[in-house]
Write a protein that binds this ligand. Sequence first.
Ligand SMILES: NC(=O)c1ccc[n+]([C@@H]2O[C@H](COP(=O)([O-])OP(=O)(O)OC[C@H]3O[C@@H](n4cnc5c(N)ncnc54)[C@H](OP(=O)(O)O)[C@@H]3O)[C@@H](O)[C@H]2O)c1
Length: 168
Amino acid sequence: MSRVLNAIVAVCPNMGIGNNGNLPWHPIRLSNEFKHFRKMTSTPSAEGKQNVVIMGRKTWFSIPEKNRPLSGRINIVLSRELKEAPPGAHHLASDFSSALRLLDTAEMADTADQVWVIGGSSLYKFDCDTFLPEISMDKYRLLSGVAGVAEGMQEEHGVQYSFEVYES
Ligand SMILES: NC(=O)c1ccc[n+]([C@@H]2O[C@H](COP(=O)([O-])OP(=O)(O)OC[C@H]3O[C@@H](n4cnc5c(N)ncnc54)[C@H](OP(=O)(O)O)[C@@H]3O)[C@@H](O)[C@H]2O)c1
């Protein structure tokens, strides 16, 4: 079954997405940014279904233990080394294609809804190399007025950022 892949990333002006295993702005906590991430990745398009988040091993372990797995979502962790899913994760996959194949198993076919790739960097790269054309921004359209997405510059704890939703 073909599926739309969604990717979400919080990125600095210098394209940085992480530092020392944390988000670049750690220990500052951008709660509205976090809420945006949760809303986008958690909200299924149909009642009774759950979205899926796919992440690399380091991103999984970058999530505070008390917040793992990301609630209300099916958590798939990618690793070539791990032999079993880390405690709390719902599934382990040894490559991206295997992760997508999991979604077609009887266990998940009826429950898995949107698929969200949530990092880290190799996942975004892998996505582009394998499933999407090279990201040239001229192929994407910046949407405005997306329901529930705040517009304009946001600021939390002195850190400014904005939400951007693109459609290809
Ligand atoms: N700003 C954001 O939106 C955002 C989002 C996510 C993460 N981050 C940050 O990014 C950092 C973590 O990201 P990262 O890029 O260092 O690591 P990562 O991609 O989360 O994890 C890398 C590991 O994932 C496994 N992996 C990745 N691609 C795979 C594939 N195609 N098939 C099988 N296994 C695969 C491998 O695990 P094994 O070594 O076990 O084989 C690899 O060593 C942290 O600082 C985190 O806070 C930021």
